[in-house]
Design a protein around this ligand. Structure first.
Ligand code: ACO
Length: 336
């Protein structure tokens, strides 16, 4: 099998969130916000956050273990971690995650596309499998935005939560259930400042001056990002569906990055697919960045909302700006 004869097939799925839960009411004790505001503007009721000393890599290892278990295997040729909150700025988090999973010696690297990270990581990993460079791979989306939020910023603190999710991919036939098809990726770097951590990179460090504290935190221009998220995710999902020959009525489930419940509703409207076909766990976990799509996949597969044989499109949008989609017929699998 080579090239177009070979596809990357989803054959395992696992997820993990840290134990500590922060409710909207708990946030409202420390910030000028309320459960009512957060629920009505975002659909979020609570989120999970890591404990002091925990890291993105720790969550990635837990999710990775579960995806390997789900696939009924202990090995993979490649480990790819989508994250924008790596354990350290350098080196990548993936090699250490791979070793902790008992996979020392395999290819391992990070992909940074913020909330679109998981879709980008699926795309690049699928291409490596299609080329024959790898036969199997673990793709993990993991982020701990609690570590980069400004403690005084009520907007971002209300939205983001920590977590990790992973899929196991294997080489297979493009016609079989689980095969990733119709990949679409996009970006617009002219709008990079809408979602950013301004300091800590080469541009700020080359000044030789210490960064202002506020610039070391994550910032987002929520209203502009909202409009872009709706427009770009809707168009990307449609591009993937069209490339697969699926009309909107043919799509059983659209699994979007969980940024805001109102964004899901607006995309549903635009693509003319009923909102009931958009699985969502945002109420319980918030926006978990690169972990968002695999976490909602795991929840939907466990609840039976996602079933074997359904036509599914995954769609993401995030910092960069970046966006992307990919389609598959959901395979029969048990979440690890
Ligand atoms: N509690 C109470 N009031 C708040 C809160 C809060 N938690 N957060 C903001 N407000 C206030 C604002 O200060 C503002 O007050 P003002 O009118 O006095 O200035 C008011 O509410 C309205 O603020 P907006 O930002 O316009 O509120 P909006 O309804 O747009 O909701 C939100 C903000 C939730 C951020 C929304 O814009 C959103 O979801 N944006 C998209 C997020 C997204 O898709 N991100 C992409 C992925 S993220 C990534 O890549 C990392």
């Amino acid at each position: 099998m080579r090239g177009a004869d070979r596809a990357a097939v989803v054959a395992g799925l696992g997820a993990w969130v840290p134990q500590t839960v922060v409710t909207n009411d708990e946030l409202a004790l420390r910030l000028d916000t309320s459960d009512e505001w957060i629920r009505s503007r975002t659909g979020i009721a609570r989120r999970h956050v890591i404990a002091p000393g925990e890291s993105t890599g720790d969550l990635a290892v837990e999710a990775g273990h579960r995806a390997l278990k789900s696939a009924g295997t202990g090995t993979a040729d490649l480990v790819v971690v989508a994250t924008s909150t790596p354990d350290r700025p350098c080196p990548a988090t993936a090699p250490e995650v791979a070793s902790r999973l008992g996979l020392t010696g395999v290819g391992a690297f990070d992909v940074a596309a913020v909330c679109t990270g998981f879709v980008y990581a699926l795309g690049v990993t699928a291409a490596l499998i299609e080329s024959g460079a790898a036969r199997t791979a673990l793709v993990i989306g993991a982020d701990t935005f609690s570590t980069i939020l400004n403690p005084t910023d009520r907007t971002t603190r209300a939205i983001f939560g920590d977590g990790a999710g992973a899929v196991f991919l294997r080489a297979g036939d493009p016609a079989e259930d689980g095969a990733l098809r119709g990949l679409h990726l996009g970006s617009d770097g002219t709008r990079s400042e809408l979602i950013e951590v301004a300091a800590g990179g080469s541009r700020q460090r080359s000044t030789g001056l210490p960064a202002e504290e506020a610039a070391t935190y994550f910032t987002m221009e929520g209203r502009s990002v909202f409009a872009e998220a709706v427009r770009r995710m809707a168009a990307s999902v449609q591009t993937t569906a069209e490339s697969l020959g699926w009309a909107s009525g043919d799509i059983d489930r659209i699994v979007l990055h969980q940024a805001n419940a109102r964004i899901l509703a607006a995309v549903a409207d635009r693509v003319d697919v009923p909102l009931e076909r958009f699985p969502s766990n945002i109420e319980r976990v918030g926006n978990t960045v690169a972990a968002s799509i695999p976490l909602v996949l795991a929840d939907a597969a466990e609840s039976g909302e996602l079933r074997a044989g359904q036509r599914v499109v995954l769609g993401g949008f995030g910092g960069g700006l970046t966006w992307g989609s990919v389609g598959l017929v959901w395979p029969g699998l048990t979440v690890g």
